[in-house]
Design a protein around this ligand. Structure first.
Ligand SMILES: C[S@@+](CC[C@H](N)C(=O)[O-])C[C@H]1O[C@@H](n2cnc3c(N)ncnc32)[C@H](O)[C@@H]1O
Length: 290
């Protein structure tokens, strides 16, 4: 078995092992230095290693403390947002779990608010899931509109359809299974949804870009903005998720600059999401109170 896998299974932190190894080396150096008369090299080396170990441990403690602090702030924010979602949507049943693959509660709350404020006729989601249930619930509250969600995995299409049925939301949504296919984009080939599955959509009022998967940040989601741009209009609002991935973040900002969209980051720390809208849009007026 690979050592890394073994350490993970036993849940032994690597820093703990490194500390034990360093302390053993320190002990060995001190003992061997005392056993050799008139030679202080071992003592100095032992002291140096001791200082190094203490310094490393202090750095690790400070690092972990600040990480916990950030996580704590984030958890507060996500909890408040989850309460906000229940207040906004008042679902008959509990919502499926948010986070992990689904939108984080704070992003989801922003998404739902955009749908409440802009009253879209057509919402398109690239990547279906809990987000499709949320948008359907909000469209029902609005009294009009439809969400068309595209997904490449039949299993998750079915899972989302089941969630929608459980909440009685089938009439507000349509889930389309689209295979990932090679698509030419900016002089290279990426694997994206079969464009034929989106051809009949004439305009998009709200777009959620949350698929296809691109864990290595290699630009697989770019066609979601560039290939669909002929369906956008002055009042289109776009929510782009996973913009904590640095290449994706940069590309989205660049696309917004080139296409006259304002790019508003939802967060300024670990989690990511960007809202895109035009300065001449009704949404801008709502947002800025202009
Ligand atoms: C980033 S997720 C999209 C999630 C969706 N927009 C949402 O907020 O629920 C990307 C893909 O993961 C799959 N997926 C959806 N919900 C999932 C879940 N709860 N757990 C694991 N995979 C999921 C789907 O194939 C989806 O296209």
């Amino acid at each position: 078995m690979n050592l890394n896998i073994l350490l993970d299974r036993l849940q032994i932190p690597r820093t703990f092992l490194a500390t034990i190894a360093s302390l053993s080396a320190l002990w060995w150096l001190i003992v061997s230095s005392f056993s050799r008369r008139n030679n202080n090299t071992g003592v100095f080396a032992g002291i140096a290693i001791g200082l190094f170990v203490v310094g490393s441990m202090l750095t690790e403690i400070i690092f972990r403390f600040s990480h916990l602090n950030r996580k704590n702030i984030s958890n507060h924010r996500q909890l408040q947002a989850l309460l906000g979602l229940y207040a906004e949507l008042d679902p008959e049943h509990s919502l499926p779990l948010l986070g992990e693959m689904a939108l984080l509660p704070f992003t989801a709350l922003n998404y739902v608010k955009v749908i409440r404020q802009t009253k879209p006729e057509i919402v398109v989601e690239l990547g279906s899931g809990v987000s499709t249930l949320l948008s359907s619930l909000q469209l029902k509250q609005n009294g009009s509109g439809k969400v068309i969600a595209i997904d490449h995995e039949q299993k998750w299409v079915q899972r989302t359809i089941n969630d929608l049925r459980q909440h009685g939301m089938e009439d507000w949504s349509e889930i389309r299974h689209a295979q990932l296919t090679p698509v030419e984009h900016n002089g290279r080939t990426v694997r994206w949804y079969d464009p034929a599955m989106l051809q009949d959509i004439e305009k998009i009022d709200v777009l959620l870009v949350d698929g296809p998967p691109d864990y290595v940040d290699s630009g697989q989601r770019q066609p979601g903005l560039s290939l669909l741009s002929d369906k956008f209009h002055d009042n289109t609002v776009i929510l782009v998720d996973d913009t904590s991935r640095s290449n994706w973040n940069q590309w989205v900002h660049q696309w917004a600059d080139n296409n006259d969209f304002i790019a508003e980051e939802l967060y300024h720390d670990v989690e990511g999401g960007i809202l895109l809208y035009k300065q001449q849009s009704n949404f801008f007026v709502l947002r800025e109170g202009a």
